[in-house]
Write a protein that binds this ligand. Sequence first.
Ligand SMILES: [Zn+2]
Length: 314
Amino acid sequence: MIIKYRELPAKINGYEALLKRLSPRHPKRTAIKTSLHKARADYGGEERLDEALYFFDPPYAYQMIQDFSLDGPFKIQVDTVLITQSCVILLEVKNITGKLQFKQNPSLLHTISADGEVKSDTSPITQMDETALRVEKILRKVGYKLPVSSIMVVAHPSQIVEEVPRNCRILAVGDINFYLSTLNLPTPILSVEELHELGKTLLTFHQNVPAFPLAPKFQIEQSEIETGVFCPRCHLGKMERTTIAWECETCRLISRNAHLTALDEWFMLLKSSISTAECCGFIGMTNLETAKHFLLKNGCQPVGGRRYRHYTRQ
Ligand SMILES: [Zn+2]
């Protein structure tokens, strides 16, 4: 059974918010758009894997974790983890258009786009082997001696894969259900109870790799980020505070909570904390006391003494 489902990566919303709050001619827009495009393509590939495994009903007990990650020191990210009584299989999705060539000595991946442009990157096989070793180590640490292997899943139908190293397994997303369902698993090492226990233990280890704040990652200064509350309907219009709500200057939408998105965007883009003065400046409030109540009401906790008090959110 699936014990953790995949969610839309928060960084996709973050890149979109960053683009919305940068001037149309900002020099970093291209780099942010590239990151957004890649994040969407990765997520699209992972969703295709989830769809392909929708009817997964193998003749063996299993636990499945969609999107498993650990921050340092292990630093791993696995698209899908399949835990069985006799082994663990890591599924890593690649969703790239064009031709993929695996190069040996040293191991590299060459991606050749439709217009012939060649990009060289770390081989996903090397990354998968390294991740498998780390997962094996984590399992041993918690008392489970299970072998760990990986499969690369090709999600894009027009992807051509060449020069695949002999010892690695690459499957088209459409083949994955049949392959995993008809696997000849070795003799079980774990009982079904131990399998469930291991699934639970791994879930307690899962932690999202911190993606925010984004502006410093792109070397963008706070002064370059546009402040204010944006309209949730037309996305371009700024909203003005009326006595009880927010009103869009462009499409005249009235919203009571559009400023909540602006607070989310502060944490996604700028800093992991906010002061009442910063809240007033960014959201467009005029009263420090109102800002304090707004922050406390929306999941922020005060940190520090009265003079240097700021607010953080988990
Ligand atoms: Zn509007």
